[in-house]
Ligand binder design. Structure first.
Ligand SMILES: Cc1cc2nc3c(=O)[nH]c(=O)nc-3n(C[C@H](O)[C@H](O)[C@H](O)COP(=O)(O)O)c2cc1C
Ligand SMILES: CC(C)CC(=O)C(=O)O
Length: 365
């Protein structure tokens, strides 16, 4: 049976972002579904990202006034209407025929920051130049050839992207058994159009390790971050920080922000949940740079908990992609609006009319 077309109206039974999952499944091939949902190994970390949020309880404070409240925040010199951002997700034409263009439209109408992946299927120029473009950051996968990375940085700067997000936790994709079992391969009509051509995967000679002598030959290191800091005119944010030691190193080096993330459990299985790693990272960072978090955000209450534990904002991945697959830009916009309104309800019922008032004391820890 061929997949269904995207919905053109949101059905009344979609009231939470998780409701998009079943509608997305009916509209995606088995391979695209496996790629979207996959985690590394046995997917313990994928599940833990979700479970850890439900184990953190709110406190509930009554009779506080929330009239005149709002969800605005300021980051790196720009004001954002709310703290729910779209995480970089590769190859979005796997999920909707307009790919990142459709996501960007849904983001623009809800005034949502979108982080565009290096591995997008629409060029970074086309996304930025759309008549209705959202605020944008560019996610950079450092390339083996520095001149290719530099070209991406210059293009992002020229097109008005406001920050560079360097993903540092995926020197290789990890072991994704779900993708392997589904025989996932990128369809021949799709490619990472920002890159000159798909760089060949480094190979190892017979008898050598595929990992140490192959994939890791061109993997980035801290010296590459130093190099980006010396070249870029934009704030540089590292995505994929879980260890306080790395967070401290990055701050000392002069990075401008951190994203606590385990890549949605897609790279290294049995890492803790991102929300579990946040408090120790926040303690060592001690306000030197803003911290964001992604992994497992499915409810406005999850956003509230992340903010209470030290994040300035969060990113969502799979939920908006499921909404994109189910209902295109309309789905993306509706999913974000749903999360934002849930956050507002939790804020109002916790006596925290603005984001800066959300603290650990609003949780039952
Ligand atoms: C299909 C898919 C593709 C992804 N591609 C990228 C990518 O290109 N670059 C990146 O930094 N992270 C990528 N991620 C990770 C997300 O940015 C984010 O860390 C993760 O999805 C957050 O977890 P969540 O899906 O539970 O919200 C991808 C995630 C998914 C689900
Ligand atoms: C090629 C992959 C590493 C892209 C990615 O970040 C992901 O699928 O999670």
């Amino acid at each position: 049976m061929s997949p269904k077309s995207p919905l053109t109206v949101i059905p009344p039974d979609i009231v939470a972002v998780s409701d998009y999952e079943a509608y997305a499944r009916e509209r995606l091939s088995d391979m695209a579904w496996a790629y979207l949902q996959a985690g590394a190994g046995d997917e313990h970390t994928v599940r833990r990202n979700l479970e850890a949020f439900s184990e953190i309880l709110l406190k509930g404070r009554v009779l506080g006034s929330a009239a005149g409240g709002h969800t605005r925040l300021s980051l790196f010199g720009h004001v954002y209407e709310h703290p729910i951002f779209l995480a970089p997700v590769a190859y979005q034409k796997l999920f909707h025929s307009d790919g990142e263009r459709a996501t960007a439209l849904g983001a623009a109408v809800t005034q949502t920051l979108m982080v565009l992946s290096t591995l997008s299927t629409v060029t970074l120029e086309e996304v930025a130049q759309a008549e209705t473009a959202p605020p944008l950051w560019f996610q950079l996968y450092l390339q083996a050839d520095r001149s290719v990375s530099l070209d991406l940085i210059h293009r992002a700067q020229r097109e008005g992207y406001r920050a560079l997000v360097i993903t540092v936790d995926a020197a290789m994709a990890g072991v994704r058994n779900r993708e392997q079992r589904a025989g996932f391969r990128l369809p021949p009509h799709l490619s990472a159009v920002n890159l000159p051509s798909q760089s060949p995967v480094p190979t190892a000679a017979p008898g050598q390790s595929r990992v140490f002598d192959g994939l890791m030959k061109t993997a980035p290191g801290w010296d590459d971050i130093e190099w980006v800091l010396s070249e870029a005119r934009l704030p540089v944010i590292l995505k994929g920080i879980m260890a306080p030691e790395d967070a401290d190193h990055a701050c000392r080096m002069g990075v401008h922000g951190l994203i606590v993330s385990n890549h949605g459990g897609r790279v290294l299985d049995t890492l803790p949940a991102a929300i579990e790693a946040l408090p120790t990272v926040a303690a060592v960072v001690a306000g030197r740079v803003p911290i964001l978090l992604d992994g497992g955000i499915r409810r406005g209450s999850d956003v509230f908990k992340a903010l209470a534990l030290g994040a300035s904002a969060v990113l969502v991945g799979r939920p908006y992609v499921q909404a994109l697959a189910a209902a295109g830009p309309l789905g993306v916009a509706h999913a974000i609006r749903t999360l934002r309104e849930e956050l507002e309800v939790v804020m109002a019922l916790s006596g925290t009319p603005t984001l800066d008032r959300i603290r650990a004391e609003h949780l039952s820890l």
